[in-house]
Structures are given as structure tokens and as C-alpha cells.
Write a protein that binds this ligand. Structure first.
Ligand SMILES: Cc1cc2nc3c(=O)[nH]c(=O)nc-3n(C[C@H](O)[C@H](O)[C@H](O)COP(=O)(O)OP(=O)(O)OC[C@H]3O[C@@H](n4cnc5c(N)ncnc54)[C@H](O)[C@@H]3O)c2cc1C
Ligand code: FES
Length: 282
């Protein structure tokens, strides 16, 4: 079952929190008008500070949390400072306003009949996967019907972010490149060792992280019949399917390539549909 899509809208959101949760990683909480549609897990928003001329284009960020409170919609985002736009976001204080367009894109499928859910996150890739877990699988997890394991990787221990919101909902397995926390090596090494014995029909893998991680995950999944959806990133201008700036090569079942817009047909895709061309720009 694909999650439903409600209508996007453009609203002003008031900053009610912008906390540095780990070095250069911030959790931003915005209060939006109650008319803002409820996002599905995997959807994203485009945000921009209208007070500034630069950067001109809004920046896409995945929904990390969402709830309704006192007639408002409360949107939570988790972001890493990557360049000018996110650096400016990191300086925002309470009572500042940001322009928010969303919810956008096509999110993850949720299958409440699966017994094993595997989340594979690199860095801030935990954001959409945490929202997926909370919105899509919290009930089946609580009833014991689903068993969920989250595999989270980062370069170093201090760059592991968002673990607090995950660990109350699932088993957590950590990998760091330098071994400063958990397994030393790639997060996909951990996943590989645990995939043996998974019943493909009862398992669903979800991933979000750097392109290199998605590529490794794809190589693993190809050897199994396990369903796997991943959220991918591409530079975006409009976020609504109009400019074609975010098109990526996607293959159909017969191996033929076509282009699809990450902001409209994605950002979530079946991992087997992502063409190797996507990874060639790493
Ligand atoms: C659907 C989607 C969801 C995303 N969700 C999150 C999220 O939840 N948290 C988060 O921290 N980041 C997320 N990103 C990435 C985020 O949008 C970029 O890091 C941000 O736009 C960078 O803007 P900037 O002005 O700070 O950096 P820039 O100065 O524009 O760029 C700095 C560096 O980041 C790279 N970059 C810029 N935009 C993107 C992009 N869209 N994808 C990949 N690399 C990019 C540039 O190539 C450059 O190397 C998401 C991207 C997409 C497409
Ligand atoms: S960002 Fe314009 S079509 Fe996707």
C-alpha cells in the first residue's frame, strides 16, 4: 500500500525550536497553520527564508516529525549544515518565520503484514525513516506483530544523530567508519550479516543516506527477493515537478532507462529501479 498524498500548500511557519543535537546537526520545529496537510512518511518540504535574497531557491528537507496541537500543525525537521542555505537556517531563533511548501513527493509504502522491518540510515537519513517508523509501524511494533531493526551509520560517533527518537521504537545497530561507536566499517556490512535467514515475503527494507550507501544496499538487495524502498536526494529548484531539474535515470523491469523527477515521482523509489547512472556522479 502506497501512503496517500494530500494537497501541498505554501504557508509561513514560525520557528519554535532550532536545537543543535550534534555538531552541525539541528532539529528545527515549526508551527504552521492547521490547514497544512498531514505528510506521509518519506514526503518532504521546501523551505526558504523570505527575508533573504540568497539563496534564491528553497531547500528540500524530509519530514522528521509531525503532529497537531492547539489548532496548529507542528512540523519537525532534522538537518545537517551542508552549505549556505542550511547554515542560515542554523542561525534562526524562535519567532523567526520561514516559508514552507509541502508536503511534497511520493513517500514510502507501508505494509502492515510484514513481520520484519529493516531501516538503513546514513547520517541525517534517519529523518524520514524515524517518521516512517512512528507513523507506519508503531502500532504493529507495539503489538509485537512487527520486529524492527534500525541500522544507522556515520563517519564518527559524534555525527550519529537522531538516535534518541529511534531507540525507543526498535533495536538499534550502529556502525561508524572510524569505530568510535558500534561496528567499525560500513553500515551495510552490518545489514549483510543479518540478512541471512530473513524471509523475503515477510521483510521490508527502507533506506536513506548518501548515494554510496544506497548503492551498497542495492547490491545486497539484488541477491535477495526482499522488497526495498529508498529515499534519494537530488538538487531541487521548484520541488513540484515543473522545472525537471531533479530528473534521475530510472530503469523499468526490462532494463530500459527513463527519467523521473525525484520531487514528484520520488523521492522514494524501489531500489532495483534506480539506474547505475544515478551513482556515476558521486
Ligand atoms: C527530498 C530531499 C530530502 C532531503 N532531506 C534532508 C533532511 O531531512 N536533512 C538534511 O540535512 N538534508 C536533507 N536533504 C539535503 C538538503 O536538501 C541539502 O543538504 C541542502 O539543500 C543543502 O543546501 P545548502 O544551501 O545548505 O547547501 P549548498 O550550498 O546548496 O550545497 C552544499 C553541498 O550540498 C550538496 N547539496 C545541495 N543540495 C543537495 C541535495 N538536494 N541533495 C544532495 N546534496 C545536495 C551540494 O552539492 C554541495 O556539495 C534532502 C534533499 C532532498 C532532495
Ligand atoms: S525540482 Fe523542479 S522538477 Fe523536481
Amino acid at each position: 500500500m502506497k501512503t496517500s498524498r494530500e494537497h501541498p500548500s505554501m504557508v509561513d511557519g514560525e520557528v519554535i525550536g532550532n536545537v543543535e543535537v550534534s555538531p552541525n546537526h539541528f532539529r528545527l520545529t515549526l508551527r504552521l497553520p492547521g490547514t497544512f496537510s498531514t505528510p506521509s512518511p518519506g514526503q518532504f518540504v521546501m523551505i526558504r527564508d523570505l527575508e533573504r535574497r540568497e539563496p534564491l531557491l528553497p531547500r528540500p528537507l524530509s519530514v522528521y516529525g509531525f503532529h497537531r496541537e492547539g489548532g496548529y500543525a507542528i512540523l519537525v525537521l532534522l538537518y545537517r549544515v551542508a552549505g549556505l542555505g542550511t547554515s542560515l537556517f542554523s542561525r534562526l531563533r524562535s519567532k523567526a518565520f520561514l516559508n514552507v511548501l509541502g508536503p511534497l513527493g511520493r513517500g514510502f509504502s507501508v505494509d502492515c503484514d510484514v513481520r520484519r522491518v529493516i531501516l538503513v540510515a546514513g547520517g541525517v537519513g534517519v529523518a524520514p525513516l524515524t517518521f516512517l517508523l512512528r507513523e507506519g509501524y508503531s502500532q504493529t511494533n507495539a503489538s509485537g506483530k512487527t520486529q524492527t531493526t534500525a541500522y544507522v551509520g556515520a563517519r564518527t560517533a559524534e555525527l550519529l544523530t537522531g538516535l534518541d527518537r529511534l531507540e525507543s521504537f526498535c533495536d538499534l545497530r550502529i556502525a561508524t567508519n572510524d569505530g568510535s561507536a558500534g561496528h567499525q566499517g560500513l553500515v551495510t556490512d552490518l545489514v549483510r550479516s543479518d540478512l541471512n535467514g530473513c524471509n523475503p515475503e515477510e521483510t521490508f527494507i527502507y533506506g536513506c543516506g548518501p548515494a554510496a550507501m544506497i548503492r551498497s544496499l542495492g547490491l545486497l538487495v539484488r541477491k535477495t527477493a526482499i522488497r526495498c524502498e529508498v529515499s534519494i536526494e537530488e538538487r531541487m529548484a521548484c520541488g513540484i515537478g515543473a522545472c525537471l531539474g531533479c530528473a534521475v535515470a530510472i530503469t523499468d523491469g526490462k532494463g530500459l532507462s527513463d527519467y523521473q523527477r525525484v520531487c514528484k515521482e520520488g523521492p522514494v523509489f524501489n531500489i532495483l529501479d534506480i539506474s547505475p547512472v544515478f551513482f556515476s556522479n558521486e
